[in-house]
Design a protein around this ligand. Structure first.
Ligand code: SAH
Length: 216
């Protein structure tokens, strides 16, 4: 298996063919080796057109979903970005190439530790990981120019909207546990909120104070 070839093919058939046009997003996804964010036994499937299990009943998102959500954040390189749901760390790696600083929160410790290792192995130094409930935000570091939630929420946690800087964008899947709508919230310069409901999607549950109740 040649991973570089698989990655180029992923970009052509899954990302470009479906209308992603942000050149910076495409270049970041060409650069980051997605296969190091999945278990070794699954490395050969890392560039397939679907999510994959990463342990702890969680998943790394489908490549197209990563591309679409990242494009919606409209990053130029100067931003401070918050991600809720570090998971494998793959999405955080993409964000790290496209923004100035990335703050990412994961509630499951073993996933956060594994993600840290993978991100360190790529020498990505502008990522902070916190093990915590991300539905309450990251007060000490707010405001953020962009916030990305990579787990499905029952409602939009209002604290996250509060942590958006003027002009900031929040992208979050909202719905029941079986299907959600990808929602983009834009905070205007005057503080007013614009909401766009985009496409249907399916994510694992956002569990926490302002998310779903935990199963444990
Ligand atoms: N962005 C990830 C996808 C992760 S799947 C990637 O690129 O691999 C969603 C992740 O959100 C899971 O790891 C899950 O444990 C985490 N999660 C769920 N609720 C959370 C919460 N309240 N705070 C932080 N992380 C949460």
């Amino acid at each position: 298996m040649n991973f570089d070839t698989a990655r180029k093919r992923m970009i052509e058939t899954q990302i470009l063919a479906r209308g992603i046009t942000d050149r910076r997003v495409i270049d970041a996804m060409l650069k980051i080796p997605r296969h190091i964010f999945v278990e070794e036994a699954m490395a050969s499937q890392a560039y397939n057109d679907n999510p994959l299990p990463i342990g702890e009943k969680q998943t790394i998102s489908q490549p197209y979903m990563v591309a679409l959500m990242t494009e919606l954040l409209e990053l130029t390189g100067k931003e401070k970005v918050l991600e809720i749901g570090t998971g494998s760390g793959y999405q955080a790696a993409i964000l790290a190439l496209l923004a100035d600083r990335v703050y990412t929160v994961e509630r499951i410790r073993p996933l956060a530790l594994k993600a840290r290792k993978a991100l360190d192995s790529l020498g990505l130094l502008n990522i902070n990981i916190k093990i915590s409930d991300g539905t309450i935000g990251w007060k000490e570091e707010a405001p953020f120019d962009a916030i990305l939630v990579t787990a499905g929420a029952p409602v939009i946690p209002s604290g996250l909207v509060d942590e958006l800087a003027p002009g900031g964008r929040l992208v979050i899947p909202v719905g029941d546990q079986y299907e959600q709508t990808l929602v983009k919230i834009t905070k205007q310069e005057d503080g007013s909120i614009e909401q766009q409901n985009l496409i249907g999607c399916r994510f694992v549950k956002l569990i926490g104070k302002y998310g779903w109740e935990g199963e444990e």
